[in-house]
Design a protein around this ligand. Structure first.
Ligand code: SIN
Length: 179
């Protein structure tokens, strides 16, 4: 693995990083948005009742903020191997151009679940997505934990994401009305 391997996290990697890194900073990828359009049958759902997790969707005029992690050179190969396993439920390891602070661009690795993967669910009304997340759970825990942790991580970094915000509010409201 080359020196200075950077990894872009925009979903669970932001709040459940699970690997060593030398440094991290906020960055964005141009032409992509974060959406809860990927089905999860191995982490936050089951094959019978899939949960929903985020993927990146191409959208020319938008961009997605997340965290860029610089991996230690001596650990990068193992970290990537572990992430390939963790993200095996439909994600492909992909290289993207990351825009760091002051406009500096670097190439980084990220994991994208493209629409042709077998677990892809795609767009649905937000109320339906929220309901699916509220009731799904899998080997890694509840789907609700996934979105609420992501929502909190985005808030902590002052990242505005209307899609995640709306879903988190719908889920909190659904929880209140059923308790
Ligand atoms: C990521 O976190 O960057 C990839 C998607 C996920 O595992 O939630």
């Amino acid at each position: 693995m080359a020196n200075k391997t950077w990894l872009f996290g925009y979903g669970s990697i932001m709040w459940n990083t699970g690997f060593n890194f030398e440094t991290s900073e906020l960055c964005h990828v141009k032409g992509w948005v974060r959406r809860f359009w990927q089905g999860s049958t191995d982490h936050r759902g089951t094959p019978e009742f899939p949960g929903r997790v985020v993927t990146l969707i191409e959208s020319a005029s938008e961009h997605c903020w997340g965290t860029a992690y610089r991996l230690p050179a001596c650990e990068a190969t193992n970290i990537i191997e572990d992430l390939d396993y963790r993200e095996k439920g439909g994600y492909n390891r992909t290289e993207l151009l990351l825009t760091l602070s002051r406009g500096r661009t670097i190439t980084g690795i990220t994991y994208i679940a493209h629409p042709h993967n077998p677990n892809y669910l795609g767009e649905s009304p937000l109320e339906d997505i929220a309901r699916q997340i509220s009731f799904s759970t899998g080997p890694s825990g509840s789907n609700k934990e996934y979105i609420l942790e992501l929502h909190q991580a985005l808030e902590q970094h002052n990242i505005q994401d209307g899609h995640v915000e709306t879903l988190a509010q719908l889920i909190l409201r659904q929880t209140e009305s059923t308790s």
